[in-house]
Design a binder for this molecule. Sequence first.
Ligand SMILES: Cc1ncc(COP(=O)(O)O)c(C=O)c1O
Length: 415
Amino acid sequence: MGEKPAILGGKPVRTEPFPSWPVVKENDEKGWMEVLRGKDWCRSSDGHFATQFEETWAKTLGAKYCVVTSCGTTALYASLNALGVGPGDEVILPPYTFVATLNVILMQYALPVFVDSDRETLQIDARKIEAKLTARTRCIMPVHLGGNPVNMDVVLEVAKKHKLPVIEDACQAHTGEWRKRRVSTLGDLGCFSFQASKNLNSGEGGAILTNDPALHEFCKSFQNQGRGPAGAAFQYARQGSNLRMTEFQAALLLQQLTRVEEQSRAREQNAQYLTSLLRQIPGISPARMYEGTTRNGYHLYMLRYDKAHFADLPRARFLEALEKEGIPCAGGYTPLNKEPFLKELLNSRVYRTIYSGPEIAAWEERNACPENDELCEEAVWFFQEMLLGPRRDMDDIAEAIRKIQKHAGELERHS
Ligand SMILES: Cc1ncc(COP(=O)(O)O)c(C=O)c1O
């Protein structure tokens, strides 16, 4: 503890790496080789492994139907199409999310309407959704960011009152639960990503969950170029696209899935312990969970950093010092509602054809998210794989933060 910070030439708290990701075992190879040798690499209409994974994942989550896709982005894209979201419509989303949540709305030429963040949980502030609704609102897209469930009681109440469908972006929340129900099964549609960093992964991949047979039929057809339920090669029920998952991805997911529960429990235990340590450090506020959360999926371990308790040491310098102590970390997202590309797009020829000048001009004002602006300045993330090792790894994280706090004045002077 008395030691100089590593960034100033001292000995780092930790030199050992945290657990690596993904975890690969023999059973992963088995499924993969079966696909390779079987030579049916594309699922076409009814891939063996893709169908098996759809049935297993739906059962695991307690949903009636699952449709797998090439990635989380295409799962969200198909879901918006299933609800008929298009030009002239408004879609509610949080500003604190990965850009894909926004991109899929723009792919439909709809207007993204941002609802400010709740800084304590780092989630959409569901109590502020209703004030953002207009006659044009077509859908609500909450995101269970980092695996921490959104306040779904409030989201579902507002949705019901205004007869609006809900697409849950559960891309980061594979084992998240709200009042003992798995997230993704609470709204009309729920979407997952199986991209490389995710807690269940096959490099790339996605899934849509629903209990509605009509939405299921639509998504199944849409991801396969609009083919009908029988899957006949050149018969089409609707416009569609190729969003198909490969058999390789599905086979790998089936094997990776055998470890999800155990890994998830390990993360939960470590996260709980880490929170107990970090709560004792002034200026460090671990993300709070809403009262209805029965399980956090911990794709990220998120907290807020208050530099006032660290001799005004800027967050960027804090993160740099933490990295040098051997603790991987990140500052997270920047405000999505303020992305320059978004402003440019809204003023593009195509958007100007759909939306009036005054409408676009008013958009910026309607979409101010002051709480989120602050959140983007103070958030700190640790990654899911860091929660997979022994408990003493959590002690190292806390020790490194305490060490930086102790030397914060000195670090600030050397900035
Ligand atoms: C919140 C969120 N939504 C959507 C996506 C998109 O998923 P994918 O990368 O699989 O397309 C991601 C993935 O990073 C995500 O984190």
